[in-house]
Design a protein around this ligand. Structure first.
Ligand SMILES: Cc1cc2nc3c(=O)[nH]c(=O)nc-3n(C[C@H](O)[C@H](O)[C@H](O)COP(=O)(O)O)c2cc1C
Ligand code: SF4
Ligand code: FES
Length: 538
C-alpha cells in the first residue's frame, strides 16, 4: 500500500456517498434497544420505496446521548435531524419525512450544551462512520498518520512529538505517555510488545467499550504508531469477554487492516512489521492492573506483582512492554495528523487535550461526553447533563470508580484535570462519572464501592484481602445503625493501613471512596452512630 492508494480509497469512498444519509447507532446501548431491527426496517423501507440511489442507511457507532436510544440521525442537503427512542414501527415515518416533513418521533436538539460543549478528538468519528468498514475510516483520514510516521519520521521524533503534546495516560493515573514511550524505546531487547488495556472494569464506565465499538481502526492505528516508536513488532489488545460487540468489531478491523497491508509485514512497504492479536479477559477487575493483565496474557492466573521492574523494562515474558489505555491510543493519530502544538493548546497547563467521560447516575442526559480538560464539573453536571431529573438537586459526583472519590456539589466549579481531582480526594480515573442526588446516602455509596473491592480483591496480600472485608463489615454496621464511635475510629485506621500496605493499586485505592465521603459528608456517618446511641438509650 502506498499513499496514493490510500488516498484513492478515501476518494472513492467519498465520491460514492449518497446525498441522503440515515445513520443508525449500532453501539451496545442502542443495540440493546433493538437498533439492529430499526436499521433493518429502514433498509427494507428504502428498498421498497426505490430510494436506494439517493439514500444510504448505515450502522454507526455511539452518538453519545445513549439514554435516548435507539438514535437515528438523518442528514439531507437541507440539514440534520436526530430522532430518539426509535422503534421498528417508526422506520416508515422517518422515510416519509425525508423530504423535510414532520414525524411523530421526538427529535433531539443538536444545539443543546450536551452536544455543543463537546470537543470530539477521540470520538471524532463516533456516530459518523461505519465501524465495520475500513474504507469509511480511511475516508476520515484514517491511517494517514501511520503513513506519515513510517515514511517521514524517525521513531525518536514520534516519541518526541507525543512527549511535546503533553498527552497523559487515560487509564487512570495520568502518567505522561511520552515518558513511558521513551523508556520502552530506550530499553535494549530483541523483542518488545505493545498492549492496549481494554479491560475497563470500573462500575459505570463504558468509554473504552464505546471507542472500540465505534471506531476500532483508530485504536489499531495508535498502537501501530506506538509500536514503530518503541520498536515493537507484536501487539495485544486485552479486552473483557463482556464486550462481544467490541471484540467482533476489533476482529473485523484487524482482518481488514491486514488485508490492505496496514498491519502485518512491511506496512506501507516500509521495513516495519506489526501484528495485533486479541486476548479476551474473563472479567476480573484486577486484570486491568498492568502486571496482572500481563500475567493473564501469559496464560497465568491474573495476579499483580510488585513493581519495579515496570513493564517498560520487563513486561510480557520479561521483555520491555508498552501498555496504554484504549483512549490513550485513540489520541495518537490526531496528534500526529494535527501536530503536538495543536493538542497542547487544548486543556489546562498540566492536563492537555480532552477527556471522555461516561456520564451516569441521577442526571437527565446520560451517555458519553468528550470535553476539553479544564471544563468545570458544574458545566458537565448542570449544563451538559441537564441537572437532576424530577426537581432533585445534585449532591456529589463520583469520579475514578472504586479507586476514586465523591466530590461534593460545593466543589462543582473545579476544573476537571488530573491535579484538581486528586486535590479534592478523588481522581480522574478512566472516565466513569456518576452523579448522586440529595436522596443518596453517602455511607451507602462508600459501602457499595467497598463491596466491589472486597469481591474483586485477588487475595494475594493480607491488607487488601482482609482489610476490605473488615471495612465492608464496618460500613454495613454503620448502615444498620449498629456502629459505635469506636467502629468509626477503627474504619479510619483500617483505611490508612490498607492504603499504605497493599501490594497493588486495587488495595491502595480501595479506601478512597470512604476517605472522600468522610472528608465531605462526615455528618452522615456521625448521624448513623447517633441513631445507635439513641436506640440503646431507650
Ligand atoms: C485495579 C486496577 C484496575 C485497572 N484497570 C484498568 C483498566 O481497566 N483500563 C486501563 O487502561 N487501566 C487500568 N488500570 C491502570 C493500568 O494498570 C495501567 O496503569 C494503564 O493501563 C496504563 O495506561 P495509560 O498510561 O495509557 O493510562 C488499572 C489499575 C488498577 C490498579
Ligand atoms: S492489593 Fe488486593 S488486588 Fe492487589 S495484590 Fe493485594 S490482594 Fe490482590
Ligand atoms: S449507544 Fe447509541 S447513542 Fe450511545
Amino acid at each position: 500500500m502506498e499513499l496514493n492508494e490510500l488516498l484513492a480509497i478515501a476518494k472513492q469512498e467519498r465520491s460514492q456517498a449518497k446525498p441522503v444519509q440515515i445513520r443508525c447507532c449500532t453501539a451496545a446501548g442502542c443495540l440493546s434497544g433493538n437498533a439492529e431491527g430499526v436499521k433493518h426496517e429502514l433498509e427494507a423501507g428504502i428498498k421498497a420505496e426505490g430510494l436506494e440511489k439517493d439514500v444510504e442507511v448505515s450502522g454507526v457507532g455511539c452518538m453519545r446521548l445513549c439514554c435516548q436510544g435507539p438514535l437515528v440521525q438523518v442528514d439531507t442537503p437541507a440539514g440534520s435531524k436526530l430522532y430518539e427512542k426509535v422503534t421498528t414501527q417508526d422506520a416508515f415515518a422517518i422515510i416519509e419525512a425525508l423530504d423535510g416533513g414532520k414525524t411523530h418521533i421526538s427529535e433531539i436538539d443538536l444545539s443543546q450544551p450536551f452536544f455543543s460543549y463537546q470537543k470530539p478528538i477521540v470520538l471524532e468519528n463516533s456516530g459518523k462512520i461505519d465501524p465495520e468498514k475500513i474504507q469509511a475510516y480511511i475516508a476520515a483520514k484514517g491511517y494517514q498518520a501511520l503513513y506519515h510516521v513510517l515514511r517521514e519520521m524517525t521513531p525518536g521524533e514520534v516519541v518526541e512529538s507525543i512527549s511535546h503534546s503533553g498527552l497523559r495516560g487515560r487509564g487512570g493515573a495520568g502518567y505522561p505517555t511520552g515518558v513511558k514511550w521513551a523508556t520502552v524505546a530506550k530499553a535494549k531487547s530483541d523483542r518488545k510488545f505493545v498492549i492496549c488495556n481494554a479491560d475497563e472494569g470500573d462500575p459505570g464506565a463504558f468509554m473504552d467499550r464505546s471507542v472500540l465499538e465505534s471506531d476500532p481502526h483508530r485504536v489499531l492505528e495508535g498502537m501501530a504508531i506506538a509500536a514503530y516508536a518503541v520498536g515493537a513488532n507484536q501487539g495485544y489488545i486485552y479486552v473483557r469477554a463482556e464486550y462481544p460487540v467490541a471484540i467482533r468489531r476489533l476482529q473485523t478491523a484487524i482482518h481488514q487492516a491486514q488485508r490492505l497491508g496496514l498491519l502485518g509485514s512491511q506496512i506501507f512497504e516500509s521495513p516495519f512489521d506489526f501484528k495485533i492479536d486479541i486476548r479476551i479477559g474473563a472479567g476480573a477487575y484486577v486484570c486491568g492492573e498492568e502486571t496482572a493483565l500481563m500475567a493473564s496474557i501469559e496464560g497465568k492466573r491474573g495476579l499483580p506483582h510488585p513493581r519495579p521492574p515496570y513493564p517498560a523494562e520487563s513486561g510480557l515474558w520479561g521483555h520491555p512492554t508498552l501498555i496504554n489505555n484504549v483512549e490513550t491510543f485513540a489520541n495518537i493519530a490526531p496528534i500526529i495528523r494535527n501536530g503536538a502544538d495543536w493538542f497542547a493548546s487544548i486543556g489546562t497547563e498540566k492536563s492537555k487535550g480532552t477527556k471522555v467521560f461516561a456520564l451516569a447516575g441521577k442526571i437527565r442526559n446520560t451517555g458519553l461526553i468528550e470535553v476539553p480538560m479544564g471544563t468545570s464539573l458544574r458545566q458537565i453536571v448542570e449544563e451538559m447533563g441537564g441537572g437532576v431529573p424530577d426537581g432533585g438537586t445534585a449532591k456529589a459526583v463520583q469520579t475514578g470508580g472504586p479507586s476514586g472519590g465523591c466530590i461534593p456539589a460545593s466543589a462543582f466549579d473545579t476544573p476537571v484535570d488530573y491535579e484538581s481531582l486528586t486535590n479534592l480526594g478523588s481522581m480522574m480515573g478512566s472516565g466513569g462519572m456518576i452523579v448522586m442526588d440529595d436522596s443518596t446516602n453517602m455511607v451507602d455509596v462508600a459501602r457499595f464501592f467497598m463491596e466491589f473491592c472486597m469481591d474483586e480483591s485477588c487475595g494475594k496480600c493480607i491488607p487488601c484481602r482482609v482489610g476490605t472485608v473488615q471495612m465492608h463489615g464496618l460500613l454495613t454496621k454503620l448502615m444498620q445503625g449498629k456502629a459505635t464511635q469506636a467502629d468509626l475510629a477503627l474504619l479510619e485506621e483500617l483505611c490508612d493501613m490498607v492504603k499504605n500496605t497493599s501490594l497493588c493499586g486495587l488495595g491502595q485505592s480501595a479506601p478512597n471512596p470512604v476517605l472522600s465521603t468522610l472528608r465531605y459528608f462526615r455528618q452522615e456517618y456521625v448521624e448513623l452512630i447517633q441513631e445507635y446511641l439513641e436506640l440503646i438509650k431507650d
